[in-house]
Design a protein around this ligand. Structure first.
Ligand code: ADP
Length: 575
């Protein structure tokens, strides 16, 4: 039965019984009232009149007769019993006789007899009516007791059953909901009634079943996805290491395990900082995570690692993983992924290329030098005189041989830079000597374009700590560029300034200048500003930068597109 029906029935029945109880009570009280009124009005008053009449008989004066008359009249109006009327009529007739002859003892005694008869009649009536009233009262008690007992039984039944009927299923349901909240999706409730709780239990069980199904399917899906990602990471040819936000290693693929040189169990779950104490590789790869300089995706210089009896080169990329947790707005760092890209193959190819260029350039140098010497001999008048055309051809071959020599020189320098084998001999050098060497080396080129080279150098300039050959090469290259990228009849200014512990040598021209977007790129190897018509390799500035940095110096550029450029080299003072 439904709770609503139960409640309606129980409370409704109680309500009906209360009404019944009230009706029964009211009915019997009314009946009792009527009965007592009956006794009071009809019989008790007759007794009163009769008593008054008996008292007034004792007084034979006029006052006594009047009083008798008054009470007799009242009695005549208060006839209620069978035979009472006849007795009253007889009393009246005897009273009339008595009024005429008050001394007649017989009449007096007849009057008294009549009054006693009336009294007797009414006394009997009172007795009879009291019995009727008593029976009514008994009936009332009986019916009220019945209704009261019923009321009590129903109220008691409701009191005992209703609270537990409602509270117990709610308690069980609350307990089950708690279990579900604790992920115990196997929990079910069993209310066998067809009440609302029964329906609720069925709905709850369906919900729990669906949750269980959903949870299981999601779990297996997640496990599947995890396996997929694990396999993917394990099959990667590059070593991958995953760390949580506390720098605890959470995964490392097989390639990573190989190069780290420890077992999986010795790595996973361990603090990378602790492992770094005894493992060089881990120390190297987490170094930037320990400092504030840890921009995501930052690629460092290649790391040389010796593993599996061979040397390998790896480029490290660190990714910082952040997520926005559900319900929150700010991102939260949850870990880092370190990818070590294996670039050994490219490095080997690069070495081969550098070696090849070095060999070829070296092999080219000797024949080119001998061509240049032969050309000089050809120009010698003692060997024979040349006509105008032959002279021009020799000049052209000389130019090309010079250019070839410059290129092979640059390539050779480049191989030094690429192999990291820059041979330096740092000695105190007079900047003037370097400048003079570079000016002389570019004199012919400047003359060809009628370009004036002006040197502005203080007479007393301190020496610089530099490799004079390489620095001269750099300055020669800068002046050569200034001449090449300037217009005819212009001036190239070489300016020397002293700044604290540094000496700055600047080469300024009023040539075409460099567009702002290329200013950072001109120091990259093989880069040439698009549209540059002059011949060149794009290596001069890159080599210059490497040469200067190797000497703890620097090179900078300031340029206004269309107005000219100033390249400055900064060197350390000798003392
Ligand atoms: P190269 O001169 O052989 O091309 P560099 O490395 O010396 O190589 O120079 C790189 C590029 O920078 C040049 O191709 C040129 O476009 C630009 N550049 C260098 N010096 C100047 C300069 N003084 N004025 C304008 N552009 C220059």
């Amino acid at each position: 039965m439904k709770i609503k029906t139960k409640l309606t029935l129980g409370v409704g029945l109680l309500f009906l019984l209360i009404i019944l109880l009230s009706v029964v009570g009211a009915k019997y009280s009314n009946e009792l009232k009527k009965d007592t009124e009956n006794i009071l009005v009809a019989n008790y008053q007759t007794l009163e009149y009769s008593r008054n009449m008996l008292v007034s008989l004792e007084d034979s004066s006029k006052k006594g007769l009047d009083k008798f008359e008054l009470n007799l009249q009242s009695q005549e109006k208060n006839i209620s019993e069978i035979g009472e009327k006849e007795a009253t009529v007889e009393l009246r007739s005897n009273f009339e006789t008595f009024k005429r002859n008050a001394s007649d003892k017989l009449i007096l005694s007849a009057l008294r007899k009549d009054i006693f008869k009336l009294m007797d009649m009414n006394m009997q009536a009172i007795q009879r009516k009291s019995e009727v009233a008593k029976a009514t009262a008994d009936k009332a008690v009986f019916w009220i007791a019945i209704s009261g007992t019923l009321c009590f039984l129903i109220a008691f039944t409701l009191l005992v059953n209703l609270p537990s009927n409602i509270a117990n299923p709610i308690k069980e349901l609350t307990e089950s909901i708690k279990q579900i909240a604790d992920k115990n999706y196997a929990k079910r409730v069993h209310f066998e009634s067809s009440s609302e709780f029964g329906q609720l239990a069925r709905s709850f069980n369906t919900m729990a079943e669906k949750l269980q199904e959903y949870y299981n399917s999601n779990l297996s899906k997640l496990m599947m996805e995890k396996k997929r990602i694990d396999t993917l990471i394990n099959n990667m040819h590059d070593p991958v290491i995953g760390l949580d936000e506390q720098l605890k290693i959470i995964f490392a693929n097989e390639e990573a395990i190989k190069i780290i040189g420890l077992n999986q169990s010795e790595i996973i779950g361990q603090s990378a900082q602790n492992l770094a104490v005894k493992n060089d590789l881990i120390r190297t790869v987490i170094q930037d995570l320990l400092t504030s300089d840890n921009a995501s995706g930052f690629k460092s210089k290649p790391i040389k690692i010796y593993a599996n009896n061979k040397e390998g080169y790896f480029e490290k990329e660190t990714l910082h993983i952040s997520i926005t947790p559900t319900g929150e707005e700010t991102k939260q760092l949850i870990g880092h992924v370190i990818i070590l890209r294996n670039i050994t193959e490219y490095k080997e190819l690069d070495f081969a290329k550098t070696n090849f260029i070095a060999t070829v350039s070296h092999e080219f140098k000797t024949p080119i030098s001998s061509i240049k010497m032969s050309l000089q001999l050809l120009e010698n008048k003692e060997i024979g005189s040349l006509n105008e055309e032959q002279h021009n051809l020799i000049e052209s071959i000389k130019d090309d041989a010079g250019r070839l020599l410059k290129i092979t020189g640059e390539l050779l320098n480049m191989t030094q830079v690429e192999s990291g084998n820059i041979q330096l001999s740092l000695l105190p050098t007079n900047p003037n000597e370097i400048i003079q060497y570079a000016i002389n080396a570019n004199q012919v080129q400047a003359d060809q374009k009628q370009i004036k080279m002006v040197v502005d150098c203080p007479t007393k300039i301190p020496e610089v700590l530099a490799d004079s050959e390489k620095t001269s090469w750099v300055l020669t290259n800068l002046i050569s560029n200034a001449i090449r990228y300037s217009y005819d009849n212009s001036t190239v200014l070489v300016n020397v300034t002293e700044q604290n512990q540094k000496i700055q040598i600047s080469v300024s021209d009023s040539g075409q200048g460099i567009a702002p977007q290329y200013k950072d790129k001109i120091f990259d190897r093989y880069f040439r500003v698009p549209g540059t018509k002059k011949e060149g390799t794009g290596l001069g500035l890159a080599i210059s930068k490497e040469f200067l940095e190797a000497q703890n110096g620097n090179i900078t550029v300031e340029s206004e597109f269309g107005a000219g450029s100033t390249f400055s080299i900064i060197l350390n003072k000798a003392s």
